[in-house]
Design a protein around this ligand. Sequence first.
Ligand code: ATR
Length: 275
Amino acid sequence: MEQVFAVFGDPISHSLSPVIHNAAISALGLSARYHAFKVERENLGNALSGAQAMGFGGVNLTIPLKEAALKFVEPDPLARQIGAVNTVDFKNGMKGYNTDGIGARKAVESAGVSVKDKTVLLLGAGGASRAIAFQFALTGARLLIVNRTEEKAQSLAQDVSSIRKAEGFSLAELKKLIAEADILINSTSVGMYPDTNNTLVKQEMMHSNLVVFDIVYNPLHTRLLKEAEASGARIITGEKMLIYQGAEAFRIWTGISPPVDVMDKALLAALGEKQ
Ligand code: ATR
């Protein structure tokens, strides 16, 4: 019988997870299908129990369900620390994982850049930033967290410091901190459609030894990445994080490392990018 995988969220119609997972399923010749379901927050417990009862192979969670999931699943230590679950596995009860940070780390590593002992300037202190901060701290990065609301940056830095010392700053410190950084990651929504002309960092604030990764993938070449390119920095586009967080979920569910090149090609086609 065909195995069912799914993403739950609300809104969900624009989710690209079915594109990347079904590309992997086809390439591997598996008898499976990945679907998107609109699930409201108050129905999450029922939806997860239903998926478990019906023998789903696994479920991804997206907005607004990632934090709410902690009430229903048994989170692994990293998901518990992050406070959010994006992957649920039913092999042994209802286990929760968070693969967003691993997705970001592998996105950077896929460009041939190692994270260990690097100074990483993380822009943002929201949900995505939290997943990235914990994973990068675990990988041995020195984190400088910069956020419009400085207290949130400091609070995240303090949480992460249980793993590795991190510091939080306001946007006023940005220029000075970028000069110290090896890797700059934008994990805010600044630059995302329809706000495409916006960036928190301009060309003159960056340097040619910097690697700049923007988790925004709509558009793929954000204003930040264009400014980074003009400064001579190396750039990594946001679709890579989506691919690698999905690949890690797929591996948790199936034990198979899926073909990321096939997934990336399908995603870029869905995003309307030329290959
Ligand atoms: P997500 O779960 O996608 O990370 P979020 O939790 O709402 O979303 O976090 C959004 C992040 O983008 C925050 O760090 C936010 O800064 P504040 O904490 O100060 O709100 C940041 N952000 C959003 N719009 C911004 C803007 N126009 N300028 C600067 N930072 C912005």
